[in-house]
Write a protein that binds this ligand. Sequence first.
Ligand code: G5P
Length: 224
Amino acid sequence: MSKFFRAAIMGPPGSGKGTISKRIAQSFGLQYLSSGHYLREGIAAKTEAGLLVKSYVDRGMLVPDHLMTKLMLPRLEQLSGQSWLLDGFPRTLTQASALNALYQLDLVISLNIPYETLRERLSDRWIHAGSGRVYNMGFNPPQVQGKDDITGEQLIQHDDDKPEALVARLRHYKDVAKPVFNLYKSQGILHTFSGTDTDSIWPYINSLLSTKLHMQPADAFQTQ
Ligand code: G5P
């Protein structure tokens, strides 16, 4: 195993990748990189690349592989000497192969959540655009309805959480995820967690990571 711990989390839209990644980052001190967050940053900045990305994200389509690798791989380069967790990248076999050529992952977490659960969660999801803080009107509602807890600013819904975009996102996810799972399964690093609620799945993920990280040498998280 490499000196630093490198992991990725995969799952369909609304499966809880973001929620669980934040818990992992907080509990285990990993750097956390979310592809969706970086894409939304580009969209908000209204750069040429951001507008191109928006045309895919709004339709629930995957952003082309060459744009994704260009977005994510340089960020990982900046984190050389640190342990990290990727949320939402890689999503296709091309992305996984590009990542694999540079880094050997230690662990891939896959979240397996029923469709009906995903649909309910996403239709109830609200976001603070500035920070990316995520709320769910049932699971983790804001203190004041429609307002961000920290800034008090108005919450919004993503265009790609609307029903038509959601169905397209789920279909694409299934098609492209299978060969990626096969790759990681063949490397013996894929761990799948199934269930309908994050709080029930979390103790199993927490326990797996505690075991994996405990096996690392004591200096595993020192910088180079
Ligand atoms: P993203 O941003 O990566 P998705 O579509 O993969 O987006 P999403 O929608 O952000 O994933 P998530 O991170 O899996 O979902 O889940 P989450 O945000 O933590 O939880 C979803 C909601 O459920 C939240 O409101 C949360 O509070 C709530 N929740 C969590 N657990 C529970 C629970 O137990 N119970 C209840 N009731 N609620 C719960 O990507 C966006 C787009 O960017 C592009 C694509 O176009 C993609 O569609 N993109 C890429 N394209 C190509 N390649 C890549 N690598 C790409 N990465 C992103």
